[in-house]
Design a binder for this molecule. Structure first.
Ligand code: ADP
Ligand code: MG
Length: 263
């Protein structure tokens, strides 16, 4: 179980300070697929980095199975927003995917099998010996996803992983994530600014307000577990849910404007 409690993060430096997160509290149950949706700049990436132990919060705590997170916890994998910077350009695709498995001291044969399976799962069975820079953006992002799943994480954090891929690839990758989640029983926290994507993917959606960031709602998505791009997105319940999430975010924007408006 992953718990975020009273989390606060203020960036300081150059004599300036930016309050990215004011006060966030929530819990993710084991094996849940939660989408975190919120406007650009509301602190989604900051939150993910705090959960991954890559940033130290200014206040509050993150705990994984009751142990406080103070550095990158074993069993957690992250797919970052800037995939271009997350692969090593001098290493071939297979070596990129294999690297974390070496650090985990997995035996050679098993490493090979995991690299194979995960690249096949993202549709890149033919790209083993390519260099990342020989691939398109969408393919590079799939390599980053393959690397994360080869690691067989217990918790998978993804930060707007599909923002830079074309619509068709994106739809395929969304279905891949649901499929992997289903098969591996991994706990997933998936960050997006796309409301439709959050509702389509999530079992739950955490809706964040614009800065100063608070949780507007932790919404269960009561759509059938079997989803597909055509029918799910056209279902009346899907449309109700996305309209509801959209309404929450709009209402929060108006509240902020009223707060900041002329007096
Ligand atoms: P999101 O991912 O939701 O777009 P971020 O977490 O990237 O939001 O950023 C939240 C706020 O924190 C923004 O105002 C951003 O400018 C600021 N911020 C992010 N990273 C830093 C940093 N390293 N130093 C200073 N301010 C930062
Ligand atoms: Mg971000």
């Amino acid at each position: 179980m992953l718990t975020v409690s009273g989390l606060q993060k203020t960036y300081t430096g150059d004599g300036r300070s930016v309050e990215a997160i004011r006060d966030l509290t929530f819990t993710l149950a084991d094996g849940d697929l939660t989408c975190l949706v919120g406007p650009s700049g509301c602190g989604k990436t900051t939150l993910l980095k705090c959960i991954a132990g890559l940033l130290t919060p200014s206040g509050g705590t993150v705990t994984l199975d009751d142990a406080p997170v103070t550095g990158p916890p074993p069993g957690m994998a992250v797919v970052f927003q800037e995939y271009g910077r997350s692969l090593f350009p001098w290493m071939r695709v297979a070596a990129n995917v294999e690297l974390p498995l070496r650090q985990k001291h997995i035996p050679r044969e098993r490493r090979r099998a995991l690299v194979h399976e995960s690249l096949a799962a993202v549709g890149l069975a033919d790209a083993h010996s390519a260099y990342p820079w020989q691939l398109s953006g969408g393919m590079q992002q799939r390599v980053a996803i393959a690397r994360a799943i080869a690691y067989e994480p217990r918790v998978l954090l993804m930060d707007e992983p599909f923002a830079a891929v074309d619509a068709q690839t994106r739809a395929d990758l969304e279905d891949l994530i649901r499929d992997l989640w289903h098969r591996l029983g991994v706990t997933v926290l998936f960050v997006t600014h796309d409301i439709d994507e959050a509702v389509y993917l999530g079992q739950n959606v955490l809706i964040l307000s614009a800065s100063p960031t608070v949780i507007l709602e932790h919404l269960p998505i009561d759509l059938p577990a079997e989803r597909d791009q055509l029918h799910t997105r056209a279902a009346p319940r899907f449309i109700e849910l996305r309209t509801h999430v959209y309404g929450q975010i709009q209402a929060a924007k108006k509240a902020v404007r009223a707060d900041a408006g002329p007096r």
